[in-house]
Every structure is written in structure tokens, then in C-alpha cells.
Ligand binder design. Structure first.
Ligand code: FEO
Ligand code: CA
Ligand code: CA
Ligand code: CA
Length: 613
């Protein structure tokens, strides 16, 4: 590992790095890239590169398309019972709310595979799957018409998390769900606990919970992350869609305004349940927007909202160990001009756990500032620091955390082009993260967000010199997505847009998943997709294209890399009750059915490592 930098790199050094980067991406010049990624492991042993599959062309078909020699299986579509004996899915969406609470939710997003220990780790384990949102027009037979408490209940039951036990009976065979004592659904009605510095704060108290420590449910579970102690973090994202403020939107500049509350709540839950009506319960929305920890191996466990990690539109949460053994968690806030964050735990993970404390309840939250010279700083969000005093509206650390965004505004963080997922490179510890797009950037650019009207997004890389708890970093742009006309650094035939999901597999392949507008390739439209990049050679290849109107999000694999789980979110989401198959009928292609979000498993016909040689 390189030592932590004490002096910033020179401008010419940074310019040389960027040039190397661009050259590598455009032309695959392995030598230039190898010098840029000098810290990457096994540089000389990988002359052939990490990508062992041919790039596939773009597709606009209503199907999952893969390279030759690959196949997929639909494992866990919306409505599938979480155990085989559960209530069967009804293709006409007539399942009740009570059925839905024992079936896969909608809009599969982040997930993680926890292999069982003690052998068979590649063949059985628990799969935790987020259900971010719903397509209400397809969730009920008559869609959003004549809203009822039962519709609120079904919608809430289709949000949250599934924990399922999955196995394959033999290597090379198909995967299936097991009858399992671990199988459970966590929904908007599952009791959860609020922990950490903000627990019990008056802003978290409601009429149903005067103590501010207990809340029903978890909401808009976007992406996720495993912890080193084998729990699952599920991250609450776009919570503003669920809370009704009244006909008048919040005052501009108010905390509610800063957290995206408007004059409408797209989800009509508030019409049947007063906790979603801010006129009746102004604090309920403060109880969402957190990272929530779930122990999948204890089906009786209560989900814990970890307030030390801040409140925002969370995307994923990547946990690594700092050099002193503490938990370090990287997180993006996915809103235009919002920020990239890091939490550093106060004590070693093992010490906290041995003494019955959570490694995620005490520590310091930081927000990133990117300088034009390629250096960066982690700015602590600590009560009492300049801008974060009582006179600034932060009476204590709880206020700093509940209003994380306002605190980050106050300390001078760098507004980014919608930070979504992040991932840590094996061997180097470098942190890569996506900025998915920002079409509202119309006035000025900066070095870390270098394009006006950033329609297609980019991927950044942070180098902390091998110390995740470092206060400084160097950064660079890994790639600019889009087409050549937009200034992309990706070859024209691999053009993609709106990078969102991002994950390094164990071999160091960087998987990139897209959600949003895709550039034309040779004049042809393409659906959302997943690509793999070799960060050392700069090569990038399209690996998977999804069905129509889906986004690709969520990725995890078995430890042997031979089964890759991927989520297909909201295919055919333009469907209506009259015409549910308007844009897609994936994956069932049932003549009277409807499209379904689903977890698929990608394998190679020859049983090899997915993506490898
Ligand atoms: Fe849930 Fe920003 O994606
Ligand atoms: Ca989504
Ligand atoms: Ca996302
Ligand atoms: Ca997105």
C-alpha cells in the first residue's frame, strides 16, 4: 500500500494521470493504464485482462440478453412466495395485502448473498433483496383507482426487504427457494428500532412513539451492503414521495424543502393512514432516510435504524475495516447537487461487538470536498464545528444527523451530479462511485463534475492511500459515460448512460449497472444494461441488456463467482390496468399476465466464473 500522502500531487502529475486514463479507455493501452493503476494487484500476471467474454451489442428487445455461453434463470420475481408453501402469485394482481406480505415485494434493488458457512458455501445461503418501490398501476387489478386501506397495505407490503434461503442441489443445476426458518419479509409495518446519537430526539417523536425510538417499517429500500459481521444494511432513499405536506409546499430553504418534500405525495398512503400526513404527524418523515441494519440469521431480530450514518437519500453503504479495525462506511446521497459521505467508527469493530455495542452507533460522519488539483478532504459533520453550532440551528449532534444535508451544506461539501453506488477495489482499497447524471447542472462545472447538462453521468475514483479512515484523499475521473458527442471516454460501441449500480467482484472486475437514458449506438436505441470494466487495462464490455423499461440494479455472487445474482427492476413500468403489457411482458410472457421485477441468476453453460476467462 502506498503511504498516506502528505503533499498534494502536482498539477502536471494529475494531468498526466488523467491523460493516461483517457488514453487507456479510448484505446486500451495497457501500459499507460498499468502505470496509472500501479497499486493494483498482480499487474504483470494479468496481461490478458480480466474480461473473458465478448461484448454484446445493444438491445431493445423485451428480454435479458447475455454473451454466448451464458444463460439466466428467473429466481425470485415480484409475487413469488418467500417459501415454496406460501401463497402463489396471481397473474391478474389479485393477491391480497396479506398474500403480498409473504411474497417477493416489487422493484428489486440492492441485495446480498450470505453463504452458509461450514461447506457448500457456493451452493446455499441466504439472499437478502431490497424492494425499493412499487408500480401501483400493475400492483392492483385496477391500479390506483378508488384507493382503499387495503391498497395502502398491499403497497406497503410490497416495499421493504425479503430474506430468502436459496440453494442449488448440484453444481451446474438450477437455483431454487427452500422452506426455511430464516425466510421473512420486512415491510412498512415491521417494527424497527432507532439507535445511535439521534435516537429519542424530539424531532423523532410521534403520537404513536412518544419516546422516538420505535418506528414501523423501512421505506424506499434502494441499495444495500453487507457488514463484515454478516449483517445486511438496507438504505432508505426517496422518502419524500410518501409524505403529504398539504397543498402548500414547505418554505423554500426549510429542512422539509431541503429533503425534497413538495406539495404532492405520489403515494396516496396518507389518504388512509395519518402518519403519512405531515399536518397530523410532522415528525414521521424524520424517521426515514436512514441506513437500516438487519440480521438475516436471526429471523426474530428487530431492524435497527443507525442514525450515526446520517439521514439522506441513501443509495448503498459499503463497509470496510480501517487500519485500526474500525468500521468505515462509504455512502452517496442521490439527489442533484448532493454529496458523497463516509462514516468512521469510534472503536474497533471487534471491541464494540465483544462489549455489546454496534460498530455503527458511535463515530464521525464526514462529507467529501473535491479540489480542482485532484486532492480532496473529508469534512467532519460534528456539532460545534464552524457552521454546525447552536447559532447555526444545530443544537447538538442529533440535529446534525437528522439534518445531514443542511450540515453538509454548511461546511462546504462539493455538490455532485447525483452520487449513487460506491464500491471498493480489492487490493488497492480505492473507492469508485457513480454520479448518475445531472441535467440541472446548467450554470457551472467543477473538476469533479466537469460537464454542463450532464445527461449521461460519470464514475469517480478516490484513493485514500490505503487508510480508509484517512482525512484526505486523491481523486480522479475514472470515466465519462455517454456517446462521443457528449465527450464520453468510453468507446462508441460500448456507449452507455446513467451509471448507477457499481460493484467489484472478487477478481477485480468492475460491474456497472445503468438506470436512465441510454445513448444511441449507431443510431439504435438500447435498454438499460450492465457492463464490466477492467480498471487496469481500461477495457469495458457490455455484458447484459435488460428487457424494456427496466433498470438494472443489484448484484451479488456466490463466493466461487459461478452464480451471479442480478436484479431487473420495474420492467414495463408504463403498463396500465387496461393494458398491463403495454411495454413489456417479461419474464413470464403470460398472455394474461404482467411484467414483474425479478432477481435472476446468471451462470455459464460450462460452469465457469461469470465474466472471467
Ligand atoms: Fe434507488 Fe438512486 O436509486
Ligand atoms: Ca429505481
Ligand atoms: Ca440506484
Ligand atoms: Ca438511479
Amino acid at each position: 500500500m502506498p503511504p498516506e500522502r502528505t503533499t498534494p500531487p502536482s498539477i502536471s502529475e494529475l494531468a498526466q494521470r488523467r491523460l493516461s486514463r483517457r488514453t487507456a479507455l479510448a484505446g486500451g493501452l495497457a501500459t499507460a493504464a498499468a502505470s496509472f493503476f500501479a497499486a493494483a494487484p498482480k499487474a504483470s500476471a494479468r496481461a490478458e485482462g480480466l474480461l473473458g467474454f465478448p461484448a454484446i451489442p445493444p438491445s431493445s428487445a423485451d428480454e435479458v440478453v447475455l454473451p454466448p455461453g451464458y444463460r439466466y434463470q428467473v429466481l425470485f420475481p415480484w409475487g413469488q412466495p418467500i417459501v415454496p408453501s406460501g401463497p402463489a402469485f396471481a397473474e391478474d394482481a389479485s393477491n391480497s395485502a396479506s398474500d403480498q406480505a409473504r411474497q417477493a415485494g416489487d422493484h428489486h434493488d440492492g441485495m446480498w448473498f450470505f453463504p452458509f458457512t461450514g461447506g457448500g458455501g457456493g451452493r446455499a445461503g441466504l439472499l437478502c433483496v431490497n424492494h425499493e418501490a412499487t408500480t401501483e398501476q400493475l400492483l392492483h387489478p385496477d391500479g390506483r383507482a378508488a384507493w382503499t386501506p387495503e391498497k395502502t397495505a398491499k403497497s406497503q407490503a410490497a416495499h421493504g426487504v425479503s430474506v430468502i434461503e436459496v440453494k442449488r442441489d448440484r453444481l451446474g443445476g438450477g437455483w431454487h427457494l427452500a422452506e426455511s426458518k430464516f425466510a421473512r419479509r420486512i415491510t412498512m409495518t415491521t417494527p424497527a428500532e432507532i439507535t445511535g446519537p439521534a435516537a429519542g430526539h424530539p424531532w423523532l417523536r410521534t403520537s404513536a412513539d412518544p419516546e422516538g425510538v420505535r418506528v414501523l417499517g423501512t421505506l424506499n429500500n434502494c441499495a444495500s451492503g453487507p457488514t463484515p459481521w454478516r449483517t445486511y444494511l438496507t438504505c432508505e432513499e426517496t422518502i419524500n414521495k410518501y409524505f403529504y405536506h398539504g397543498e402548500q409546499p414547505p418554505q423554500p430553504g426549510s429542512p422539509e424543502d431541503r429533503y425534497g418534500i413538495g406539495s404532492e405525495a405520489p403515494y396516496p398512503w396518507y389518504t388512509t393512514e395519518s402518519r403519512f400526513d405531515m399536518r397530523a404527524e410532522p415528525n414521521e418523515y424524520n424517521r426515514f432516510g436512514w441506513v437500516v441494519e438487519i440480521d438475516p440469521f436471526d429471523p426474530e431480530s428487530t431492524p435497527k435504524k443507525r442514525t450515526a450514518l446520517g439521514r439522506m437519500e441513501h443509495e448503498n453503504a459499503v463497509v470496510v475495516r480501517g487500519r485500526s479495525g474500525e468500521a468505515v462506511v462509504y455512502m452517496g446521497d442521490d439527489t442533484q447537487f448532493d454529496y458523497f459521505y463516509k462514516f468512521v467508527g469510534a472503536e474497533p469493530i471487534d471491541q464494540a461487538r465483544a462489549e455489546g455495542r454496534s460498530p455503527l452507533d458511535e463515530g464521525t460522519l464526514y462529507v467529501a470536498r473535491f479540489e480542482a488539483d485532484g486532492s480532496g478532504r473529508w469534512l467532519p459533520l460534528v456539532h460545534g464545528e464552524p457552521g454546525l453550532t447552536a447559532a447555526d440551528g444545530f443544537a447538538g449532534q442529533a440535529e446534525v444527523l437528522i439534518h445531514t444535508r443542511l450540515a453538509a451544506d454548511a461546511v462546504g461539501a462539493t455538490p455532485m451530479d447525483r452520487p449513487e453506488w460506491c464500491t471498493v477495489q480489492p487490493g488497492t482499497g480505492a473507492v469508485f462511485f457513480t454520479c448518475t447524471n445531472n441535467t440541472a447542472r446548467t450554470e457551472s462545472v467543477d473538476a469533479a463534475n466537469p460537464r454542463l447538462n450532464n445527461r449521461y453521468g460519470h464514475i469517480l475514483k478516490i484513493d485514500e492511500g490505503g487508510e480508509p479512515a484517512a482525512g484526505r484523499f486523491d481523486w480522479d475521473i475514472f470515466l465519462l459515460a455517454g456517446d462521443q458527442a457528449s465527450g464520453a471516454t468510453v468507446p462508441a460501441d460500448q456507449a452507455f448512460g446513467s451509471p448507477d449500480g457499481l460493484w467489484f467482484d472478487a477478481a477485480g472486475r468492475l460491474w456497472i449497472q445503468t438506470d436512465g437514458t441510454q445513448p444511441l449506438v449507431d443510431g439504435a436505441a438500447q435498454n438499460n444494461q450492465m457492463l464490466a470494466a477492467d480498471p487496469e487495462t481500461g477495457e469495458i464490455r457490455r455484458f447484459l441488456v435488460g428487457p424494456r423499461r427496466c433498470e438494472i440494479t443489484g448484484i451479488t455472487s456466490t463466493p466461487d463467482g459461478r452464480s451471479l445474482f442480478v436484479n431487473i427492476q420495474h420492467p414495463g413500468d408504463s403498463g396500465t390496468p387496461d393494458n398491463p403489457r403495454a411495454s413489456s411482458n417479461w419474464p413470464d410472457f403470460h398472455p394474461a399476465g404482467r411484467p414483474r421485477s425479478a432477481t435472476i441468476v446468471v451462470t455459464r453453460a460450462d460452469g465457469g466464473v461469470v465474466g472471467g476467462r
